[in-house]
Design a protein around this ligand. Structure first.
Ligand SMILES: C[S@@+](CC[C@H](N)C(=O)[O-])C[C@H]1O[C@@H](n2cnc3c(N)ncnc32)[C@H](O)[C@@H]1O
Length: 207
């Protein structure tokens, strides 16, 4: 089914260029899949968010999908650990026409999130897609940085099924179970998990 979805949509030159850039540089080929990239564009547009925060940029694939959902006043802020990845992502966003509306912050996302809090920044949409062990901390930070009604989306929340296997107790699995449990039980959140691909969490901050 996933291959069917990948092949359903017409070629997308900007996104193909991102994937080629990642392959040429030997970077990990772990951009969001086509179906979820398109969903990110839809969700940003439907949310009406003007400020979007991405955690985990890689080569800019999800960044382009997020930026496509923004209106003319919208801005994307993206946090990326590795300078060479952030550089490639910034170049790809520029080539896709979003250069003037995108800011990359390099370094550990935890530190960048603290800086954003100290600056009093607020966001209407978050996309979490960095180190899996950090997801609970990133969720806490997103709630703190959220405008009322903000949307939070996170990728890989099923960890290829490992979250549902009681025999798996590695740090990423434990962190992701904690993240998913929070989605289900935190009274400030209303959300769900989509089970396609590697699992996508979609939630709103309601209180
Ligand atoms: C799955 S990839 C992101 C894919 C990207 N969202 C996309 O779909 O195009 C995860 C990214 O998170 C970055 N990352 C890992 N740990 C991080 C951290 N502590 N702070 C910020 N970025 C981190 C990695 O360098 C990598 O680029």
């Amino acid at each position: 089914m996933e291959r069917y979805i990948e092949e359903l949509f017409p070629p997308d030159p900007d996104l193909r260029r991102v994937l080629e850039g990642i392959r040429e540089r030997g970077m990990p080929e772990i951009s969001v899949p086509t179906g979820y990239g398109r969903l990110l564009t839809l969700l940003v547009a439907m949310s009406g968010a003007r400020q979007v925060l991405e955690i985990g940029a890689l080569g800019g694939y999800s960044g382009i999908c997020l930026a496509r959902g923004l209106g003319p006043q919208g801005r994307l802020t993206s946090l990326e650990l590795l300078p060479e990845y952030a550089e490639l992502a910034a170049a790809q966003l520029e080539a896709a026409g979003f250069g003037g509306r995108t800011e990359y912050r390099v370094g550990d996302a935890g530190r960048s999130l603290e800086a954003l809090k100290a600056e009093g920044r607020r966001f209407g949409f978050f996309f979490i897609d960095a180190d899996k062990g950090g997801y609970p901390r990133y969720l806490d930070a997103a709630i703190e940085l959220a405008e009322p009604g903000a949307v939070i989306v996170a990728d890989n929340t099923l960890l290829r099924g490992r979250v549902a296997d009681p025999a798996r107790t590695g740090p990423s699995v434990l962190a992701m179970r904690e993240f998913n449990r929070r989605l289900a039980e935190d009274p400030r959140l209303a959300g769900t998990l989509l089970p396609a691909y590697d699992g996508l969490a979609v939630m709103r901050v309601i209180g």
